[in-house]
Design a protein around this ligand. Structure first.
Ligand code: SF4
Length: 215
């Protein structure tokens, strides 16, 4: 058994920051005597040797230092978006702008289980959308939406639900996917297991039966 383990700072996530923010981050971490830290692949911060309670106090100090990156609705575990066309030469669409739109989706309550979202600005798939609960991938003809992926012990490649979507259409379709999932999945059942039992064709029929409201 390890005598000390890493704990994730709750609610803190950032994929980019300024030198000034990094300096402030270091000041806070030193004040808490953090021995070692690491950023996860999704931009979350893990620190070594702090209790859960202390991590919560740490979060309260760190989150205000990164105001633009802290806003995720409580029902998404995280939304990981690559820089996309704004700052990557391969990007064909703006993933961070889409992430901001997805955060505005309103649901009736927390989802059944973790909902991890990966948005990639091109087919290089740096944010691994095929193994996320919801994966969104930019192509020249529009967004491709993938549902039911998982990168865990029972890994699953998600299924393509639709492609060639506009920003509005992909947000609307994500909303529909979440509603069908929420209405039909059991407690704590992740999207991958849900899709296997519900059936991919049935799921597609449920979410694609109505025309999109916006083009
Ligand atoms: S997925 Fe494409 S656009 Fe996004 S960071 Fe990777 S290479 Fe760049």
């Amino acid at each position: 058994m390890p005598t000390r383990s890493f704990s994730t700072v709750p609610g803190f996530q950032t994929t980019s920051f300024t030198p000034q923010q990094l300096e402030q981050l270091l000041i806070v971490l030193k004040a808490y005597d953090v021995e070692e830290m690491k950023f996860t692949s999704t931009g979350r911060l893990s620190v070594l040797g702090l209790s859960k309670e202390t991590c919560t106090q740490l979060a309260a100090e760190l989150i205000p230092l990164f105001p633009k990156k802290k806003t995720h609705k409580e029902w998404f575990t995280y939304i990981q978006a690559c820089p996309g066309m704004d700052s990557c030469k391969f990007g064909v669409r703006d993933g961070e702008a889409l992430a901001a739109q997805i955060e505005k989706i309103e649901l009736s309550g927390p989802l059944r289980a973790k909902m991890k979202i990966g948005i990639a600005g091109c087919q290089m798939c740096c944010t691994e959308p095929y193994v996320r609960d919801l994966g969104i991938l930019a192509e020249r003809k529009g967004w491709k939406l993938i549902f039911g992926g998982n990168a865990g012990g029972r890994a699953r490649i998600g299924d393509v639900i639709a492609e060639g979507l506009t920003d509005d259409q992909v947000v609307e379709l994500i909303h529909r996917c979440l509603i069908v999932y929420q209405d039909n999945a059991g407690a704590k059942v992740r999207s991958a297991r849900f899709l296997e039992s519900f059936g991919v064709d049935r799921f597609k029929k449920a979410v694609l039966s109505e025309p999109f409201q916006k083009k």
